[in-house]
Write a protein that binds this ligand. Structure first.
Ligand code: GUN
Ligand code: ZN
Length: 440
């Protein structure tokens, strides 16, 4: 066993609401890796140093004065092949896809290129303290192989999928209806459940998949209940209008996915901006989750996730970068952007509705334990409660003098967490632990 002494942030595993737990002088005790090389270490105990130190005599303690240990962040929705698309401005989603994203993704037909970007992507995640991600690859099956191969070498809990897009897509990224499904099934067999990896069935969005391909995706999802599903829904008004033209008889955009059997636990839908209350109830009842992507929604001018209604509905949601529509891998930037979006809460029709003021502990939860809940990985990652896999970040505020100064004046836990959310960036990430082993 090993133990780490520092300030500690984690979440109450039993609470229905996001409930932060904090120890200014804490101890995190992590279990032995076992016999298998590369095996996962788990949290054995977490709490106050003065209580736990005597319960674990003889366990070597590494001391990090002035630093905070927190759960590794989870990015609920990101596109690894869009790492180099960040910062490409467009009028809106559809021209952005056509002018930048599809031409760029076509380059991932070359596995050597995909491999190079996969390494850059994983380096960026880890530099920012993101230890788990649910990520799109491209429509090329090889783009999944290189990413998951590299993630396996690094011991990461990562979930990825080959994009299905057999229509309304240009040459170079469009796949064949049947072949896309055959490739998906082969990739599930090759990667899902291998070490810490998972596979996600990935219809890009309803406009880019034929009925036959959507039906096939739903059938695969039914055959493989532990596999994830990831897609986009209700992100942009032009997109929503297009889906209504394509599916005039569907009750709503979300209803299209429902009709193909693509709403269930472990189904994560990016954006969810233009949902109505019936859609939100459907999300709640099926256990599907929203990946809220505030930097992307602000950058592409898509709209504002309605935190107020989402909360009232009881649906699952968590935070995501959505790089490259999103502008940053930085979880602190994403949490701050989510805070701004919460404050705004203006949704179409020219009506202004009073926004919500999200507590920083809730923002942090949405990017850790709440994101794990959205993925059906409660008690596995995103928290430091006993039994969780030991994926954590060591944050050093001294690297940012203004942050250190502000933290020193915080009088409550929420004030303390707010200072991190507003002022921190990747410079504070001093160490990242993956399944109990430090990232080299
Ligand atoms: N909708 C369909 N494809 C995409 C994509 O790559 N990014 C975003 N933000 N929305 C999409
Ligand atoms: Zn996306």
């Amino acid at each position: 066993m090993k133990a780490y002494r520092a300030s500690l942030l984690w979440f109450d595993a039993a609470a229905a609401q996001p409930t932060p737990r904090y120890e200014a002088d804490g101890l995190l005790v992590v279990g032995p890796a076992g016999e298998t090389p590369g095996a996962v270490r788990r949290v054995v105990a977490v709490g106050a140093y003065r209580e736990l130190a005597q319960r674990y005599p003889g366990v070597a303690v590494e001391h990090f004065p002035g630093r905070l240990i927190a759960p590794g962040f989870i990015d609920l929705h990101v596109h690894y092949p869009q790492t180099d698309v960040i910062g490409s401005p467009a009028e809106g989603l559809l021209p952005w896809l056509e002018h930048y994203t599809f031409p760029h993704e076509a380059r991932f037909a070359d596995p050597a290129y995909a491999d190079e970007v996969a390494e850059v992507f994983l380096d960026e995640l880890l530099r920012h303290g993101v230890t788990t991600a649910l990520t799109f690859a491209t429509s090329h099956p090889g783009s999944v192989d290189v990413l998951l191969g590299r993630a396996r070498t690094r011991g990461l809990r990562l979930v990825a999928g080959k994009v299905l897009q057999d229509r309304h897509s240009p040459d170079g990224v469009r796949d064949d209806t049947e072949q896309g499904l055959i490739d998906t099934e082969a990739l599930i067999g090759r990667w899902h459940g291998v070490d810490r990896l998972g596979y996600a069935i990935t219809p890009r969005f309803a406009p880019s998949c034929s009925d036959a391909q959507m039906r096939g995706a739903g059938e695969l999802a039914a055959c493989h209940p532990s596999v994830w599903i990831q897609s986009h829904v209700a992100e942009n008004l032009d997109e929503v209008r297009w889906v209504h033209e394509l599916y005039p008889h569907a009750r709503s955009y979300l209803g299209v996915y429902e009709g193909f059997g693509l709403l269930r636990e472990r189904a994560v839908y990016a954006h969810c901006i233009y949902l109505d209350d019936t859609d939100r109830a459907l999300m709640r009842d099926t256990g599907a989750a929203a990946a809220v992507s505030p930097t992307s929604n602000l950058f592409l001018g898509s709209g504002f996730f309605d935190y107020d209604r989402a909360r009232q509905s009881g649906m699952r949601y968590g935070l995501a970068s959505d790089v490259g529509g999103g502008t940053s891998f930085n979880p602190f930037h994403t949490m701050l952007a989510a805070y701004y979006v919460g404050r705004a809460s203006v949704n179409g029709g020219g009506t202004h509705k009073q926004g919500v003021s999200l507590a920083p502990s809730e923002l942090w939860w949405q990017h850790t334990a709440g994101a794990a809940h959205a993925m059906g990985l409660d008690g596995v990652v995103g928290n430091l409660a006993p039994g969780c896999e030991a994926d954590w970040v060591l944050l050093n505020p001294q690297r940012l003098p203004l942050l250190a100064r502000r933290l020193g004046q915080a009088e409550t836990l929420e004030e303390y967490l707010f200072a991190w959310v507003v002022l921190a960036d990747d410079r504070v990430v001093e160490r990242v632990s993956i399944a109990g082993a430090p990232v080299a």
